[in-house]
Design a protein around this ligand. Structure first.
Ligand SMILES: *[C@@H]1O[C@H](CO)[C@@H](O)[C@H](O)[C@H]1NC(C)=O
Ligand SMILES: *[C@@H]1O[C@H](CO)[C@@H](O)[C@H](O)[C@H]1NC(C)=O
Ligand SMILES: *[C@@H]1O[C@H](CO)[C@@H](O)[C@H](O)[C@H]1NC(C)=O
Ligand SMILES: *[C@@H]1O[C@H](CO)[C@@H](O)[C@H](O)[C@H]1NC(C)=O
Ligand SMILES: *[C@@H]1O[C@H](CO)[C@@H](O)[C@H](O)[C@H]1NC(C)=O
Ligand SMILES: *[C@@H]1O[C@H](CO)[C@@H](O)[C@H](O)[C@H]1NC(C)=O
Length: 446
């Protein structure tokens, strides 16, 4: 019964319902402890409360913002701090919902992001700017299926421009967005190659730092850019401060990525264009154990997976799925997210979207929003060296544990959705929250 309501709640995009997780959600004790310790010190360290926000409070924005903030659910359970583990077991898929929600609320009231003017179509400056305007303008149709891996990059920009966090007064901003699009550069005959993209980005950054005082004031530490395709991973390589100081918001959040700096940079969920509202298939209607479909070239991990489990009749593991991709996600309990050329693939957000528990076979991947979401509560994380034990591991998960994960998964779905005009705790505001945590930057005055 609780399960049906979970599905309904989520289909209607309603507020969180923490009642759903009454059961002891069985965490992986050591991992959770480490994560909780890491992230609580992380919160404490980065908590940007020292800011004096009063100087730029805009009441019309505030009341508008308050609309975005759903009530904090079920505060009662959080008062039972009589054992160290009780609070974490009560918080569903979150490390600490209350801490997060309070900080998020503060972000909604105070956080201001400035976008450099090249992003506005009425920018009417020099002819060279006009010539490259397409690199900076928001994409006219980011939901076009051909956008593929670039979707999150475009949706971030579009959402930001329509969000309440925008300020047109740069002196008020905590963060500065460099609005170039890797996708647009890739499609521009004058740029195209990865080397030329890096050169263009370096020149642009130098231009920003000479035309505006903000870059030099922090050596770029309060600036950020967004990319969600392997093509963009070297974009900062020709500008030292851009890759050392600025925040890279990226889907390729791998510790093995040369220019990725964990904790400075932000992991962005990779989402592919897809229908927004699909009814969730409930657990009892999921008759297959595991689903995976994906190209196996360029990936030893996928090759090993197919070699070991490709013939197993209880595992639907394919390099070419005999039935539609979406159907695999709908009818299976577990959906594999297997490292391809990169650690990230859109399969994790697809799994979440279709209500299939993600099984993550992708080492050294900074999972999106991992300082807020306790991934162990709604996904299964398996070392890529343990593919031989995959089936055993999944079969060892009891029905009760699976149902708890399914409920938690219902709760996190809204964090993996983009809206053209952002709302609630969607991918845009969750990503903005990560930037908000990084705003305690020392600046020179300008
Ligand atoms: C608040 O911000 C909105 C939108 O940027 C603007 O139209 C309005 O004039 C501002 N109000 C005040 C009091 O500054
Ligand atoms: C300890 O917490 C549990 C719930 O987690 C509660 O039922 C119990 O009354 C608490 N005990 C004390 C002494 O507060
Ligand atoms: C560009 O600027 C000129 C004046 O500097 C103005 O007359 C013209 O309307 C502007 N064009 C656009 C598209 O804004
Ligand atoms: C063009 O932009 C630069 C900096 O953004 C500004 O200093 C300059 O006045 C602008 N020129 C015109 C004609 O608007
Ligand atoms: C920022 O620093 C660079 C390099 O030192 C310099 O060329 C540029 O003029 C500075 N920008 C401003 C706005 O002063
Ligand atoms: C899977 O089946 C194919 C074709 O029947 C066979 O060639 C292959 O060796 C089998 N793989 C394993 C791991 O049993």
């Amino acid at each position: 019964m609780a399960l049906e309501s979970c599905i309904k709640e989520n289909n209607k995009n309603r507020k969180l319902n923490h009642q759903l997780c009454r059961h002891q959600c069985r965490p992986l004790p050591i991992l959770v402890l480490v994560l909780v310790l890491t992230f609580s010190s992380w919160f404490a360290f980065f908590s940007p409360r020292s800011y004096d926000h009063n100087s730029f409070t805009n009441t019309s924005l505030m009341s508008k913002n308050n609309k975005f903030i759903p009530p904090i659910p079920n505060t009662q359970t959080h008062h039972h701090y009589n054992s160290s583990s009780s609070s974490s077991s009560q918080s569903g898929p979150y490390h600490d919902w209350q801490l997060f929600a309070a900080d998020f609320e503060e972000m909604m009231r105070n956080f201001k992001i400035y976008v450099y003017p090249h992003v506005y179509s009425n920018n009417n400056n020099t002819s060279s700017e006009e010539a490259f305007a397409g690199i900076f303008l928001p994409h006219p149709n980011p939901l076009n299926p051909k956008i593929g891996n670039y979707l999150s990059e475009h949706m971030f920009k579009l959402s930001l421009l329509r969000s309440s966090l925008i300020t047109t007064i740069p002196q008020q901003a905590h963060s500065y967005f460099l609005p170039f699009s890797i996708n647009a550069m890739r499609n521009d005959r004058r740029i195209r190659s990865e080397a030329a993209i890096a050169e263009f980005v370096a020149q642009y950054t130098r231009r920003i730092s000479s035309q505006f005082p903000f870059w030099n004031a922090s050596a770029g530490a309060d600036h950020f850019y967004v990319c969600c395709h392997s093509v963009g991973r070297d974009a900062a390589s020709k500008h030292a401060d851009l890759h050392k100081n600025a925040v890279q918001v990226t889907c390729s959040s791998s510790y093995f990525q040369k220019l990725y700096v964990s904790h400075k940079d932000v992991s962005l969920p990779q989402v592919w264009p897809r229908p927004l509202h699909v009814p969730l298939n409930p657990p009892h209607a999921r008759d297959r154990l595991v689903y995976f479909s994906g190209r196996i070239q360029n990936s030893n991990v996928r090759q090993e997976l197919i070699a070991l489990w490709g013939n197993d009749t209880s595992m639907d593991v394919f390099d070419k799925s005999p039935y539609p991709y979406e159907e695999g996600f709908r009818r299976s309990k577990y959906c594999l997210h297997v490292k391809g050329y990169e650690v990230n693939t859109a399969r994790v957000s697809d799994a979440i979207h279709y209500g299939c528990i993600p099984v993550i076979l992708s080492n050294y991947y900074d999972l999106p929003f991992a300082n807020v979401l306790d991934w162990t509560k709604f996904s299964v994380i398996i070392n890529t060296g343990e593919i031989p034990f995959l089936k055993k591991r999944l079969l060892s998960i009891t029905r009760q544990m699976y149902l708890t994960m399914y409920r938690n998964l219902c709760q996190v779905r809204r964090h993996f959705v983009w809206h053209k005009t952002p709302r609630g705790y969607d991918s845009f505001y969750m990503t903005a929250y990560q930037l908000w945590l990084r705003t305690s930057v020392n600046r020179l005055s300008y």
